[in-house]
Design a binder for this molecule. Sequence first.
Ligand code: UDX
Length: 460
Amino acid sequence: MEERKGRRIIMFPLPFTGHFNPMMELAGIFHHRGFSVTILHTSFNFPDPSRHPHFTFRTITHENEGEEDPLSQSETSSGKDLVVLISLLKQCYTEPFRQSLAAEVAGGGTVCCLISDALWGRNTEVVAEEVGVRRMVLRTGGAVSFCAYAAFPLLRDKGYLPIQDSRLDELVTELPPLKVKDLPVIETKEPEELYRVVNDMVEGAKSSSGVIWNSFEDLERLSLMDSRSKLQVPFFPIGPFHKHCNDLPPKTKNKDDDEILTDWLDKEDPQSVVYVSFGSLAAIEEKEFLEIAWGLKNSERPFLWVVRPGMVRGTGWLESLPCGFLENIGHKGKFVKWVNQLEVLAHPAVGAFWTHCGWNSTIESICEGVPMICTPCFSDQHVNARYIVDVWRVGMVLERSKIERKEIENALRIVMMEKGDGLRERSLKLKERADFCLSKDGSSSKYLDELVSHVLSFDS
Ligand code: UDX
């Protein structure tokens, strides 16, 4: 790994795909600008460094690894209680992170700064201060959801939180157009802990030397400005990250699988395929899985559906499909365990994205001008879905409670048959705005130049 003197950045991602991917994309952007990048990564969910050959990886281990490891207890590691899992990660890794960062800094060469995921919170601030390194944060979600998180104390005071079933469709007048059911909560057995994690994220951003957003001004101008005035720190909406340079690493392990899939997509008509994926964490019930399968089949449209092993509760992969189902579908539909989503969304055959509205999926779809069917599952996904449908108007909602084969057929018909009241045109217009923000005079390019100067101005 070449050492680029005086231009080194240390990054500390949260170890989940939806957080790790954008951090790697950001690392790629800095590398492109002449920085060397060291990734401090938890032993939990440690990635394959060979897929990121430009960066140096260091593993952070914690002292209770092994049989007693609280992080590998099934309830947390299977993602059932994300709040508990995030709290445990913060508890287990703060001290090892301190040692690891100190060793990196003592190891020589000038470290410009640390960039940590906003969800690591204030602990990383304390550590960075002790070690004498400036810290910036990466917020991997959108500004629209950040505003809702920052408003949690107010929302609790006003009685919107905890969410009551009787108020689900009520408008949150302080955060229009959000309704109570859109508030970014996560089901957890420790609701107070959720508020602590969120508060720590917001306070940690306030005490940072700047916040980097995977978003762009034309998409979230008001929410970005609102966050800026709340946080009062330098501010860099430089997204969409993945569109800054073309040398990003592939997101699937198996290139052959990617090629087989591309061959299949190549044979389909333009804008005919429905791409379905619920991201890297969400799980569904077997009943929902079967309704989706029948809905897709009955729609008689080609589809590509990412079913992660274990995503359907109580099953391994596809075994709950009725006998003969796959044979019946033939080449019309494809079930895969993981795809290169960026490539799929960019393929001309893809006509709609049925998504859980994780922020990365949202921004990736916007960048390719693909209309969305929105089925949010938890946290910021509800906020993102509300903005996709009501503000940017590039998608339609299919609520989780309405996952039923007839509803699915209907939603697909609306989106695919252009009865979507200009959905596709608006999606293409929004893509153009993303392209413009990334152009030479666009806001994201301008903020990126400012970000690089900002980082180089730190004299640690
Ligand atoms: C999680 C939360 O669910 C989400 O709400 C939050 O905004 C980020 O963290 P996740 O479920 O991982 O997100 O979804 P998303 O943010 O969309 O990220 C998934 C990433 O995995 C995307 O970059 C997507 O391109 C990638 N992906 C997904 C693939 O490359 N292949 C796949 O088959 C599926």
